[in-house]
Design a protein around this ligand. Structure first.
Ligand code: CP3
Length: 372
Protein backbone atom coordinates (compact mmCIF):
# COMPACT_ATOMS: atom_id res chain seq x y z
CA UNK A 1 0.00 0.00 0.00
CA UNK A 2 1.20 3.56 -0.70
CA UNK A 3 2.26 5.39 2.45
CA UNK A 4 -0.09 8.33 1.81
CA UNK A 5 -3.05 5.97 1.42
CA UNK A 6 -2.27 4.34 4.73
CA UNK A 7 -2.06 7.74 6.45
CA UNK A 8 -5.27 8.95 4.78
CA UNK A 9 -7.14 5.84 5.86
CA UNK A 10 -6.15 6.48 9.47
CA UNK A 11 -8.13 9.77 9.52
CA UNK A 12 -11.80 10.10 10.43
CA UNK A 13 -14.11 10.93 7.49
CA UNK A 14 -14.61 14.60 6.55
CA UNK A 15 -17.96 15.98 7.74
CA UNK A 16 -17.79 19.45 6.17
CA UNK A 17 -16.54 19.59 2.59
CA UNK A 18 -17.86 23.06 1.65
CA UNK A 19 -14.33 24.41 1.17
CA UNK A 20 -13.32 21.60 -1.17
CA UNK A 21 -16.53 21.92 -3.17
CA UNK A 22 -16.15 25.70 -3.59
CA UNK A 23 -12.53 25.15 -4.64
CA UNK A 24 -13.80 22.83 -7.37
CA UNK A 25 -16.00 25.62 -8.71
CA UNK A 26 -19.29 24.67 -7.13
CA UNK A 27 -21.68 27.49 -6.16
CA UNK A 28 -22.19 26.09 -2.67
CA UNK A 29 -25.36 26.62 -0.59
CA UNK A 30 -23.36 29.20 1.37
CA UNK A 31 -19.74 30.30 1.14
CA UNK A 32 -17.23 28.31 3.17
CA UNK A 33 -15.36 30.75 5.43
CA UNK A 34 -11.94 30.82 7.06
CA UNK A 35 -9.57 33.62 7.95
CA UNK A 36 -5.87 34.04 7.21
CA UNK A 37 -3.93 34.01 10.51
CA UNK A 38 -6.99 32.64 12.29
CA UNK A 39 -4.61 31.09 14.81
CA UNK A 40 -2.97 34.26 16.05
CA UNK A 41 -2.49 36.93 18.61
CA UNK A 42 -6.08 38.15 18.82
CA UNK A 43 -6.86 34.88 20.66
CA UNK A 44 -6.09 34.89 24.41
CA UNK A 45 -5.49 31.13 24.27
CA UNK A 46 -2.80 31.74 21.61
CA UNK A 47 -1.07 34.41 23.72
CA UNK A 48 -1.16 32.03 26.67
CA UNK A 49 0.82 29.39 24.73
CA UNK A 50 3.21 32.05 23.36
CA UNK A 51 4.07 33.16 26.93
CA UNK A 52 6.10 30.01 27.42
CA UNK A 53 7.22 29.17 23.85
CA UNK A 54 9.03 31.19 21.20
CA UNK A 55 7.35 31.61 17.82
CA UNK A 56 9.52 29.12 15.95
CA UNK A 57 9.41 26.68 18.88
CA UNK A 58 5.63 26.71 18.30
CA UNK A 59 6.13 26.00 14.60
CA UNK A 60 8.72 23.28 15.17
CA UNK A 61 6.94 21.35 17.93
CA UNK A 62 4.19 19.29 16.27
CA UNK A 63 2.05 19.03 19.41
CA UNK A 64 2.11 22.84 19.89
CA UNK A 65 1.60 23.65 16.20
CA UNK A 66 -1.35 21.28 16.17
CA UNK A 67 -2.79 22.72 19.39
CA UNK A 68 -2.57 26.26 17.95
CA UNK A 69 -4.16 25.18 14.67
CA UNK A 70 -7.11 23.72 16.56
CA UNK A 71 -7.66 26.73 18.84
CA UNK A 72 -9.81 28.73 16.39
CA UNK A 73 -11.61 25.56 15.28
CA UNK A 74 -12.57 24.72 18.86
CA UNK A 75 -13.64 28.30 19.57
CA UNK A 76 -15.56 28.95 16.32
CA UNK A 77 -17.74 26.08 15.11
CA UNK A 78 -18.63 28.29 12.12
CA UNK A 79 -15.13 28.06 10.59
CA UNK A 80 -15.12 25.83 7.51
CA UNK A 81 -11.36 25.26 7.26
CA UNK A 82 -8.23 25.01 9.33
CA UNK A 83 -4.75 26.10 8.22
CA UNK A 84 -1.73 24.49 9.75
CA UNK A 85 0.15 26.73 12.17
CA UNK A 86 3.61 27.46 10.75
CA UNK A 87 5.27 30.30 8.86
CA UNK A 88 6.40 30.97 5.32
CA UNK A 89 9.92 31.71 6.62
CA UNK A 90 10.65 28.06 7.43
CA UNK A 91 11.78 27.76 3.79
CA UNK A 92 14.65 30.28 4.15
CA UNK A 93 15.52 28.40 7.36
CA UNK A 94 15.67 25.12 5.42
CA UNK A 95 17.93 26.88 2.92
CA UNK A 96 20.31 27.59 5.80
CA UNK A 97 19.37 31.16 6.74
CA UNK A 98 18.82 32.22 10.32
CA UNK A 99 15.36 33.68 10.93
CA UNK A 100 14.30 35.28 14.22
CA UNK A 101 10.84 36.50 15.16
CA UNK A 102 11.22 39.69 17.18
CA UNK A 103 8.22 40.75 19.26
CA UNK A 104 8.03 44.35 18.02
CA UNK A 105 9.71 44.04 14.60
CA UNK A 106 8.40 40.79 13.12
CA UNK A 107 10.80 38.55 11.20
CA UNK A 108 14.53 39.35 11.15
CA UNK A 109 17.10 37.55 8.99
CA UNK A 110 20.45 38.72 10.41
CA UNK A 111 22.51 37.72 7.35
CA UNK A 112 20.54 38.71 4.24
CA UNK A 113 21.56 37.87 0.69
CA UNK A 114 22.86 41.14 -0.73
CA UNK A 115 24.55 40.04 -3.96
CA UNK A 116 24.89 36.90 -6.08
CA UNK A 117 28.09 35.77 -4.35
CA UNK A 118 25.98 35.30 -1.20
CA UNK A 119 23.99 32.57 -2.97
CA UNK A 120 26.78 30.10 -2.24
CA UNK A 121 25.81 30.31 1.44
CA UNK A 122 22.47 28.62 0.73
CA UNK A 123 22.12 24.87 1.22
CA UNK A 124 22.21 22.82 -1.97
CA UNK A 125 19.72 19.97 -2.34
CA UNK A 126 17.55 20.64 0.69
CA UNK A 127 16.07 17.49 2.23
CA UNK A 128 12.65 18.80 3.33
CA UNK A 129 11.86 15.63 5.26
CA UNK A 130 14.96 16.22 7.36
CA UNK A 131 14.69 20.02 7.66
CA UNK A 132 10.92 20.46 7.85
CA UNK A 133 9.63 17.02 8.82
CA UNK A 134 8.13 18.61 11.96
CA UNK A 135 5.54 20.32 9.75
CA UNK A 136 4.49 17.01 8.20
CA UNK A 137 4.18 15.51 11.65
CA UNK A 138 2.09 18.49 12.80
CA UNK A 139 -0.24 18.00 9.83
CA UNK A 140 -0.86 14.32 10.51
CA UNK A 141 -1.44 15.06 14.18
CA UNK A 142 -3.84 17.90 13.34
CA UNK A 143 -5.91 15.78 10.95
CA UNK A 144 -6.46 13.40 13.85
CA UNK A 145 -7.31 16.27 16.22
CA UNK A 146 -9.77 17.74 13.73
CA UNK A 147 -11.73 14.52 13.73
CA UNK A 148 -13.12 15.37 10.29
CA UNK A 149 -14.73 18.64 11.43
CA UNK A 150 -13.20 20.72 8.58
CA UNK A 151 -10.49 20.27 5.95
CA UNK A 152 -6.88 21.18 6.71
CA UNK A 153 -5.00 23.60 4.46
CA UNK A 154 -1.23 23.38 3.99
CA UNK A 155 0.80 26.32 2.69
CA UNK A 156 4.08 27.90 1.73
CA UNK A 157 5.35 31.34 0.78
CA UNK A 158 5.77 32.18 -2.88
CA UNK A 159 9.35 32.45 -4.14
CA UNK A 160 9.21 36.22 -4.76
CA UNK A 161 7.89 36.97 -1.27
CA UNK A 162 10.52 34.68 0.27
CA UNK A 163 13.25 36.25 -1.88
CA UNK A 164 12.13 39.65 -0.59
CA UNK A 165 12.64 38.54 3.03
CA UNK A 166 15.93 36.82 2.18
CA UNK A 167 17.34 39.92 0.47
CA UNK A 168 15.91 42.57 2.80
CA UNK A 169 16.67 40.72 6.02
CA UNK A 170 13.13 41.31 7.26
CA UNK A 171 10.12 43.41 6.46
CA UNK A 172 10.58 46.50 4.30
CA UNK A 173 8.77 49.61 3.14
CA UNK A 174 10.78 50.19 -0.03
CA UNK A 175 11.95 46.68 -0.97
CA UNK A 176 15.10 48.29 -2.34
CA UNK A 177 17.40 45.33 -1.77
CA UNK A 178 15.13 42.70 -3.25
CA UNK A 179 13.78 44.78 -6.13
CA UNK A 180 17.22 46.05 -7.11
CA UNK A 181 18.20 42.39 -7.59
CA UNK A 182 15.56 42.13 -10.31
CA UNK A 183 17.12 45.08 -12.18
CA UNK A 184 20.79 44.39 -11.52
CA UNK A 185 20.88 40.59 -11.54
CA UNK A 186 17.86 39.33 -13.49
CA UNK A 187 19.48 36.01 -14.32
CA UNK A 188 20.66 35.31 -10.78
CA UNK A 189 17.27 36.43 -9.46
CA UNK A 190 15.61 33.75 -11.55
CA UNK A 191 18.11 31.17 -10.32
CA UNK A 192 17.36 32.12 -6.73
CA UNK A 193 13.60 32.06 -7.32
CA UNK A 194 13.84 28.60 -8.89
CA UNK A 195 15.95 27.31 -6.02
CA UNK A 196 13.36 28.55 -3.53
CA UNK A 197 10.55 27.15 -5.69
CA UNK A 198 12.05 23.66 -5.57
CA UNK A 199 11.99 23.66 -1.77
CA UNK A 200 8.45 25.10 -1.75
CA UNK A 201 7.20 22.37 -4.07
CA UNK A 202 8.76 19.60 -1.98
CA UNK A 203 7.30 21.21 1.13
CA UNK A 204 3.80 21.28 -0.37
CA UNK A 205 4.04 17.68 -1.57
CA UNK A 206 5.15 16.58 1.89
CA UNK A 207 2.20 18.40 3.44
CA UNK A 208 -0.30 16.69 1.13
CA UNK A 209 1.22 13.26 1.74
CA UNK A 210 0.97 13.95 5.47
CA UNK A 211 -2.72 14.85 5.18
CA UNK A 212 -3.20 18.44 3.92
CA UNK A 213 -6.43 18.57 1.87
CA UNK A 214 -5.86 21.86 0.09
CA UNK A 215 -2.88 24.18 -0.40
CA UNK A 216 -2.26 27.90 -0.50
CA UNK A 217 0.77 29.79 -1.80
CA UNK A 218 1.20 33.22 -0.16
CA UNK A 219 2.73 35.88 -2.42
CA UNK A 220 2.23 38.67 0.08
CA UNK A 221 4.56 41.13 -1.67
CA UNK A 222 3.40 40.55 -5.25
CA UNK A 223 1.91 44.05 -5.22
CA UNK A 224 5.36 45.63 -4.91
CA UNK A 225 6.16 44.60 -8.47
CA UNK A 226 5.26 46.15 -11.80
CA UNK A 227 2.88 43.97 -13.84
CA UNK A 228 5.88 43.22 -16.08
CA UNK A 229 8.02 42.11 -13.12
CA UNK A 230 5.17 40.04 -11.75
CA UNK A 231 4.81 38.20 -15.05
CA UNK A 232 8.55 37.91 -15.62
CA UNK A 233 9.85 37.03 -12.14
CA UNK A 234 7.13 36.22 -9.60
CA UNK A 235 4.57 34.17 -11.50
CA UNK A 236 6.83 31.66 -13.34
CA UNK A 237 8.23 30.08 -10.16
CA UNK A 238 4.67 29.87 -8.76
CA UNK A 239 3.59 28.01 -11.89
CA UNK A 240 6.65 25.80 -11.58
CA UNK A 241 5.60 24.94 -8.01
CA UNK A 242 1.99 24.04 -8.82
CA UNK A 243 2.98 21.91 -11.78
CA UNK A 244 5.74 20.15 -9.86
CA UNK A 245 3.36 19.45 -6.96
CA UNK A 246 0.61 18.15 -9.22
CA UNK A 247 2.94 15.97 -11.27
CA UNK A 248 4.63 14.38 -8.23
CA UNK A 249 1.26 13.67 -6.61
CA UNK A 250 0.03 12.13 -9.83
CA UNK A 251 3.11 9.91 -10.03
CA UNK A 252 2.34 8.71 -6.52
CA UNK A 253 -1.22 7.83 -7.48
CA UNK A 254 -2.59 10.62 -5.29
CA UNK A 255 -5.79 12.27 -6.61
CA UNK A 256 -4.33 15.74 -5.99
CA UNK A 257 -5.63 18.76 -4.13
CA UNK A 258 -6.82 22.23 -5.10
CA UNK A 259 -4.23 25.00 -4.79
CA UNK A 260 -4.89 28.68 -4.08
CA UNK A 261 -2.57 31.47 -5.16
CA UNK A 262 -2.81 34.57 -2.99
CA UNK A 263 -0.85 37.19 -4.93
CA UNK A 264 -1.64 40.18 -2.74
CA UNK A 265 -1.83 43.44 -4.64
CA UNK A 266 -1.18 41.87 -8.06
CA UNK A 267 -4.36 43.43 -9.34
CA UNK A 268 -3.57 44.67 -12.85
CA UNK A 269 -6.17 43.49 -15.40
CA UNK A 270 -3.35 41.98 -17.46
CA UNK A 271 -2.22 40.01 -14.40
CA UNK A 272 -5.73 38.65 -13.81
CA UNK A 273 -5.75 37.46 -17.43
CA UNK A 274 -2.53 35.55 -16.81
CA UNK A 275 -4.11 33.85 -13.80
CA UNK A 276 -7.42 33.00 -15.42
CA UNK A 277 -6.84 29.41 -16.53
CA UNK A 278 -6.05 26.73 -13.92
CA UNK A 279 -4.86 24.39 -16.71
CA UNK A 280 -2.11 26.90 -17.51
CA UNK A 281 -1.22 28.13 -14.02
CA UNK A 282 -1.96 25.05 -11.91
CA UNK A 283 -3.93 27.29 -9.49
CA UNK A 284 -7.59 26.39 -9.03
CA UNK A 285 -8.36 29.35 -6.80
CA UNK A 286 -7.13 32.93 -6.56
CA UNK A 287 -7.08 34.82 -3.28
CA UNK A 288 -8.10 38.46 -3.60
CA UNK A 289 -7.19 41.38 -1.38
CA UNK A 290 -9.83 43.95 -0.38
CA UNK A 291 -8.92 46.60 -2.95
CA UNK A 292 -10.78 44.87 -5.79
CA UNK A 293 -14.43 44.16 -6.49
CA UNK A 294 -15.39 40.51 -7.09
CA UNK A 295 -17.67 41.29 -10.05
CA UNK A 296 -14.87 43.20 -11.80
CA UNK A 297 -12.34 40.46 -11.11
CA UNK A 298 -14.78 37.83 -12.40
CA UNK A 299 -15.01 39.85 -15.63
CA UNK A 300 -11.23 39.75 -16.02
CA UNK A 301 -10.67 36.11 -15.09
CA UNK A 302 -13.76 34.44 -16.56
CA UNK A 303 -15.32 31.32 -15.09
CA UNK A 304 -12.58 28.72 -15.02
CA UNK A 305 -10.90 29.83 -11.82
CA UNK A 306 -12.44 30.03 -8.34
CA UNK A 307 -12.03 32.99 -6.06
CA UNK A 308 -11.33 33.57 -2.38
CA UNK A 309 -11.69 36.72 -0.34
CA UNK A 310 -11.94 39.57 0.14
CA UNK A 311 -13.21 41.39 3.21
CA UNK A 312 -11.13 44.32 4.39
CA UNK A 313 -9.41 42.99 7.56
CA UNK A 314 -10.28 46.33 9.19
CA UNK A 315 -14.00 45.55 8.97
CA UNK A 316 -13.40 43.54 12.15
CA UNK A 317 -12.93 46.85 13.98
CA UNK A 318 -16.21 48.15 12.55
CA UNK A 319 -18.49 47.08 15.39
CA UNK A 320 -21.39 44.65 15.15
CA UNK A 321 -23.53 46.80 12.90
CA UNK A 322 -20.64 47.84 10.68
CA UNK A 323 -19.54 44.24 10.25
CA UNK A 324 -23.04 43.06 9.39
CA UNK A 325 -23.65 45.81 6.82
CA UNK A 326 -20.36 45.19 5.06
CA UNK A 327 -20.77 41.41 5.02
CA UNK A 328 -24.23 41.85 3.53
CA UNK A 329 -22.97 44.30 0.90
CA UNK A 330 -19.94 42.31 -0.22
CA UNK A 331 -21.78 38.96 -0.14
CA UNK A 332 -24.18 40.39 -2.72
CA UNK A 333 -21.23 41.34 -4.93
CA UNK A 334 -19.84 37.83 -4.60
CA UNK A 335 -23.13 36.22 -5.49
CA UNK A 336 -23.38 38.54 -8.50
CA UNK A 337 -19.84 37.55 -9.52
CA UNK A 338 -20.83 33.85 -9.65
CA UNK A 339 -18.62 30.77 -9.57
CA UNK A 340 -16.83 29.17 -6.64
CA UNK A 341 -16.45 31.55 -3.68
CA UNK A 342 -14.45 30.91 -0.52
CA UNK A 343 -15.07 33.73 1.96
CA UNK A 344 -12.00 35.12 3.71
CA UNK A 345 -10.38 38.41 4.62
CA UNK A 346 -8.21 40.07 2.00
CA UNK A 347 -5.20 39.67 4.33
CA UNK A 348 -4.50 38.31 7.81
CA UNK A 349 -6.56 39.11 10.91
CA UNK A 350 -4.74 41.63 13.13
CA UNK A 351 -3.89 41.31 16.85
CA UNK A 352 -6.33 43.89 18.28
CA UNK A 353 -9.50 42.27 16.94
CA UNK A 354 -11.88 41.20 19.71
CA UNK A 355 -12.51 37.45 19.53
CA UNK A 356 -16.28 38.03 19.74
CA UNK A 357 -16.14 40.32 16.68
CA UNK A 358 -14.46 37.53 14.71
CA UNK A 359 -17.29 35.24 15.84
CA UNK A 360 -19.89 37.77 14.72
CA UNK A 361 -18.17 38.14 11.34
CA UNK A 362 -18.38 34.37 10.78
CA UNK A 363 -22.03 34.41 11.85
CA UNK A 364 -22.77 37.14 9.31
CA UNK A 365 -20.98 35.32 6.49
CA UNK A 366 -23.07 32.23 7.18
CA UNK A 367 -26.24 34.32 7.02
CA UNK A 368 -25.57 36.59 4.05
CA UNK A 369 -23.64 34.25 1.76
CA UNK A 370 -26.63 31.90 1.51
CA UNK A 371 -27.83 31.45 -2.03
CA UNK A 372 -31.56 31.71 -2.59
O1 CP3 B 1 -3.02 31.66 8.91
C1 CP3 B 1 -2.74 30.97 9.91
O2 CP3 B 1 -3.46 30.96 10.96
C2 CP3 B 1 -1.59 30.00 9.83
C3 CP3 B 1 -0.35 30.49 10.31
C4 CP3 B 1 0.46 31.51 9.54
C5 CP3 B 1 1.37 32.35 10.18
N1 CP3 B 1 2.09 33.01 9.24
C6 CP3 B 1 1.54 32.44 11.63
C7 CP3 B 1 2.16 33.67 12.20
C8 CP3 B 1 0.58 31.75 8.18
C9 CP3 B 1 -0.23 31.18 7.03
C10 CP3 B 1 1.62 32.70 8.01
C11 CP3 B 1 2.08 33.15 6.70
C12 CP3 B 1 2.99 34.29 6.62
N2 CP3 B 1 4.06 34.58 7.42
C13 CP3 B 1 2.94 35.26 5.61
C14 CP3 B 1 1.98 35.27 4.46
C15 CP3 B 1 0.67 35.83 4.85
C16 CP3 B 1 0.72 37.31 5.09
O3 CP3 B 1 0.38 37.69 6.21
O4 CP3 B 1 1.02 38.05 4.16
C17 CP3 B 1 3.98 36.18 5.83
C18 CP3 B 1 4.33 37.40 5.01
C19 CP3 B 1 4.69 35.72 6.98
C20 CP3 B 1 5.90 36.32 7.60
C21 CP3 B 1 5.58 36.79 8.94
N3 CP3 B 1 5.36 35.98 10.02
C22 CP3 B 1 5.45 38.13 9.36
C23 CP3 B 1 5.59 39.34 8.47
C24 CP3 B 1 5.16 38.10 10.72
C25 CP3 B 1 5.05 39.26 11.66
C26 CP3 B 1 3.87 40.08 11.33
C27 CP3 B 1 3.01 40.21 12.52
O5 CP3 B 1 1.81 39.92 12.38
O6 CP3 B 1 3.55 40.60 13.55
C28 CP3 B 1 5.06 36.74 11.10
C29 CP3 B 1 4.73 36.24 12.45
C30 CP3 B 1 3.56 35.35 12.59
N4 CP3 B 1 3.27 34.32 11.74
C31 CP3 B 1 2.61 35.39 13.64
C32 CP3 B 1 1.73 34.33 13.40
C33 CP3 B 1 0.57 33.91 14.24
C34 CP3 B 1 2.60 36.36 14.81
C35 CP3 B 1 3.88 36.26 15.57
C36 CP3 B 1 3.79 35.90 17.01
O7 CP3 B 1 3.04 35.01 17.45
O8 CP3 B 1 4.56 36.51 17.75
Amino acid sequence: VDKWREIEQSFPPLKNDLLLRAARGEETERAPVWVMRQAGRYLPEFLEVRKSHSFFECCQTPSIASQLTLQPIDRYPRLDASIIFCDILVVPQALGMEVLMEPSKGPVLPAPIRNPSDLSRLNQDVDVQKELGYLFEAITLTRKGLGGRVPLIGFCGAPWTLMAYMCEGGGSKTFENSKSWLYKYPKESKELLRKVADVCADLLVGQVLAGAQMLQVFDSWAGELTPYQYAEFALPPCIYISHKVKSILKQLGHPGVAITLFAKGANAPSTFKLLSDPKVTGYDTLGLDWTVDPVEVRDYVGRKVNLQGNFDPTVLYGGKEGIEKEVERLSERWKAAGGGWIANLGHGITPNVKPEDMGWFLECVHKYSKRA
